[in-house]
Design a protein around this ligand. Structure first.
Ligand SMILES: C[S@@+](CC[C@H](N)C(=O)[O-])C[C@H]1O[C@@H](n2cnc3c(N)ncnc32)[C@H](O)[C@@H]1O
Length: 200
């Protein structure tokens, strides 16, 4: 259902579906991040452009060519450089010991994809590297304010704990918060928030 053509169609308008300002959880904690940064499911570039404007080298991966073209335009209009990679995270190989930080904002994936990818993400971080993740929780299913309508793609604290066992948790919680991110994510939402460090 949420495949490449779904996303290319969703991004086909001139507007930025999730806005052009960064996710607020990421913005609040961006001081923890070092580069290079890998951003999973970067979309139209709002988070990558924000991090690049803070001087971080960033590569944004996404399955949607339409989103990444818009991300490059956004970067240009802000006078910053971002790298992009058109790839399906179901097959993506991030490499080992590559990144100071990995960012995952609303990067909802089926559990089968996460089960292959997440161990690779753990390995892709350098020692002391940081993962920062915000995702809609399973409790979001009853709301109409954003996120996939598929509990397998929604997260819980327990899933994060189980699926990324080799990272040291700095913060892991579920919260209800007001989200205002373009027309795509708007209103009261249930999210999980995770900051974790790769053991040195
Ligand atoms: C809800 S959007 C979030 C975009 C961005 N992270 C943000 O916060 O603005 C989800 C993104 O996941 C991307 N995506 C979905 N499945 C993917 C996959 N298998 N591989 C790579 N990207 C994927 C979509 O193209 C879309 O840009």
């Amino acid at each position: 259902m949420y495949d490449k053509s779904f996303w290319n169609k969703r991004y086909s308008g001139a507007n930025y579906i999730y806005g052009t300002t960064p996710n607020s959880f990421l913005a609040e904690h961006c001081g923890l991040l070092t580069g290079p940064v890998l951003s999973l499911s970067e979309g139209e570039g709002r988070n990558a452009v924000f991090l690049a404007s803070r001087g971080l080298e960033i590569i944004g991966v996404d399955i949607s060519i339409v989103a990444l073209e818009k991300a490059k335009l956004l970067a240009k209009s802000h006078g910053v450089e971002i790298k992009t990679a058109l790839a399906d995270l179901a097959a993506y190989e991030p490499g080992e010991n590559q990144f100071g930080s990995v960012v995952s904002i609303s990067a909802h994936l089926p559990s089968a994809v996460r089960n292959r990818l997440y161990p690779l993400i753990e390995k892709s971080l350098k020692p002391d590297g940081i993962l920062i993740l915000e995702a809609y929780s399973e409790n979001q299913l009853s709301r109409d304010t954003g996120g996939p309508k598929d509990s397998d793609m929604l997260m819980t604290v327990a899933k994060l704990h189980q699926e990324l066992p080799n990272l040291e948790s700095v913060l892991l919680r579920e919260v209800d918060r007001e989200v205002s991110e373009g027309e795509g994510h708007t209103g009261m939402a249930s999210v999980v928030q995770f900051i974790a460090r790769k053991k040195a």
